[in-house]
Each structure stands twice: as structure tokens, then as C-alpha cells.
Design a protein around this ligand. Structure first.
Ligand code: MN
Length: 339
């Protein structure tokens, strides 16, 4: 069973506790939503809660309730180390293993503090004392919904702050309800929407709020950098270090670009290569049964989900693209019959 100790944890939380919440580097809407939903629930119940991400979150999420209380390890490590040292419980959301959050994870591993892992990625670390890990579910927020309803029934889910955060995480991790959905998920969403928040307003804040330069960058990528490999239903885009300078962009600004490749008809596999100061980062997306997690894991030191994964390469941008192209035919042939 991919869950352990949920009811014991509820008993542990009957006393006020010091709790440290953490999620992954380059936090997305789901990392924020799941962290903040726990933050609101736990602080409303008298616990002393601190929360941290290894790196900054995109400003597009700064309207989320409680986001101003999030600490960032890249610039507040001392303060965070104190929170880690004092905590009686760690809650780690939307990531499968503490080893994935480098320095902050190492700091947490120094202590015997019980850990509660809530995640929907593949290969969750099931050595923690408590976990609720269902790989393949839509989002960490989807799972936080389960945990909170198991603990508290309906009333907490209808709290406006908690509902806002959970809705946002589900919205962003399902590409506005376009993948990883299920009747059960829509049932949960209908429960969340009983809370008095404006869900269209949230969609606009997330989907219709790109800075102009990001859209111009997208246009540039699609016009100048898109390579289509029709025989393997694949499309790739790359960005160099000098592109980052030219468009004055940070890595987060390029994140959504890969999804546009999949909008092309007859394309089911999409890859974005971004050249970083020392490494090349790769984002994989796919439609249908093409399991890009496999290619991310086998060749690019990464992982994630079947239709959305990430990885990295240490021998330069060109070498990363060549490596992908080398393995594309076998990858395509493996899955083409089931698609
Ligand atoms: Mn997620």
C-alpha cells in the first residue's frame, strides 16, 4: 500500500507541534499549492509551521495566500536551518526523495525527525515514517485533499485559503484539466469549488498573465528554433546561454515553451533543451502512451511522469541533442504500436 501512518499522524498532531514543510527546487503551482494548503490547515490548528523551498518560486504565484511566508534556501539558509533543527515533524510534498533537494535535503537528513512524504511522482522513497504516495495521480494537491478529508471531513476543504491552494495545484499540474484527470478528481474539484473563491479569476492569474518578453521568446523559439522530426512524431527546441541574455530571461521563463510543440498535429513527443551556465537541462513532454520518464531516467539523469519529465546532461548542449536523437528511434518504435 502506498500509504502509511496517516491516522497515527493525526494523533501525533493532536498536540501543538513545530512543523517544517518543504518542497522541490524550481517550485511550480502544485509545490506551492500543496505546501500552502498544509500550512493553512496546520497553522489554523495551533501548530507552529515554517516552510521552505530550495529556490525562488515564480512571481506569477505571489498572490497565493501565505506565499509571503515561504523561506528560500538559496538566500535564507541560516534561518531555515534553525527551523529544520527545531522541527518535530517534516512534511515533504510534491517530490519523491529528500536527495532531490540537495543542500536543504542534506540538512534535513542530519536529524531523526519523522518525515511525512506526500507525492505523486514515480519511485517515492518509502523509508519515511509516514507517507501518502500515489504515483500517477494528478498532483500533490490531489493527495493533500485526500489526507485532509481523511483527517477532518469536509469543513477544512471548504476553507477559502486551503481550497484556493489545492485548486491552483490541480489546475497547474493537469494543464487546466487537460491531462491526468479522472471522475474522482472532478468530484474533488466540485467539493473545492464549494469554497467562496473565484476559480475563473485563478485561471486568469495563471494562464493569462505572461510577461510580454516571455511571449516574444516563445515566438522566437517557434520561428527560429523548432525542429520537427516527422518520422518519429517529435519536435525539439533549444535555447542557448546567449538567448537567455538576449531575451533577459530566467530559466523559469522558458518552462511552458515545450508544451507548445505538442499543439502541432502529428507530434506526440516534445523536448526543450536549455543551456545553463554549467549543464544542459532538458524538459520532455508527450501525448498518449509515450513514456518520456523512461528516456529522462535512462539517458538524462532525471525522471518525473509518463507525459512530463525532466533531466540534465553534462557534456554540452549539442551532445544532449545528439544523444536524444540517437535514442529517439528505439523509443518511438517501442511505443508506436500502442499509440
Ligand atoms: Mn506535482
Amino acid at each position: 500500500m502506498p500509504e502509511k501512518g496517516i491516522l497515527e499522524l493525526k494523533i501525533f498532531l493532536e498536540k501543538p507541534r513545530k512543523i517544517f514543510l518543504a518542497s522541490h527546487r524550481n517550485p511550480d503551482g502544485d509545490a506551492l499549492g500543496s505546501t500552502l494548503a498544509f500550512y493553512h490547515y496546520l497553522s489554523q490548528n495551533g501548530h507552529e509551521v515554517s516552510m521552505a523551498f530550495p529556490s525562488e518560486f515564480p512571481p506569477i504565484y505571489s498572490w497565493m495566500p501565505g506565499s509571503d511566508k515561504i523561506l528560500i534556501y538559496d538566500r535564507q539558509s541560516e534561518e531555515i536551518n534553525k527551523c529544520i533543527a527545531n522541527a518535530e515533524l517534516f512534511i515533504f510534498v510534491d517530490a519523491n526523495n529528500l536527495s532531490r533537494i540537495d543542500k536543504m535535503g542534506l540538512e534535513m537528513q542530519k536529524y531523526e525527525t519523522p518525515l511525512f512524504l506526500v507525492d505523486h511522482h514515480l519511485d517515492p522513497d518509502l523509508t519515511s515514517l509516514y507517507y501518502y504516495a500515489f504515483p500517477g495521480e494528478s498532483s500533490a494537491c490531489d493527495l493533500v485533499f485526500d489526507v485532509l478529508t481523511e483527517w477532518e471531513q469536509k469543513k477544512y476543504i471548504e476553507n477559502i485559503d486551503i481550497a484556493t491552494c489545492l485548486y491552483t495545484g490541480i489546475l497547474t499540474d493537469t494543464g487546466t484539466f487537460s491531462y491526468n484527470t479522472s471522475p474522482k478528481l472532478f468530484e474533488k474539484l466540485s467539493r473545492l469549488m464549494l469554497a467562496p473563491f473565484n476559480h475563473i479569476e485563478i485561471q486568469n492569474k495563471i494562464n493569462n498573465a505572461l510577461p510580454e518578453k516571455n511571449l516574444r521568446l516563445l515566438g522566437y523559439c517557434l520561428y527560429h528554433r523548432l525542429e520537427i522530426i516527422p518520422e518519429y512524431r517529435a519536435g525539439i527546441i533549444f535555447l542557448t546561454k546567449s538567448d537567455f541574455e538576449k531575451f533577459n530571461i530566467q530559466r523559469g521563463d522558458a518552462e511552458g515553451i515545450v508544451n507548445y510543440i505538442l499543439k502541432i498535429n502529428n507530434i506526440d513527443i516534445a523536448v526543450l533543451f536549455t543551456q545553463q551556465p554549467t549543464i544542459t537541462k532538458i524538459s520532455f513532454r508527450s501525448l498518449g502512451d509515450y513514456n518520456v520518464e523512461e528516456i529522462a531516467k535512462n539517458y538524462f539523469n532525471g525522471g518525473g511522469h509518463k507525459n512530463a519529465s525532466g533531466g540534465s546532461h553534462f557534456k554540452g548542449l549539442k551532445s544532449a541533442i545528439t544523444l536524444f536523437k540517437e535514442h529517439l528511434p528505439e523509443f518511438f518504435n517501442k511505443y508506436k504500436t500502442i499509440n
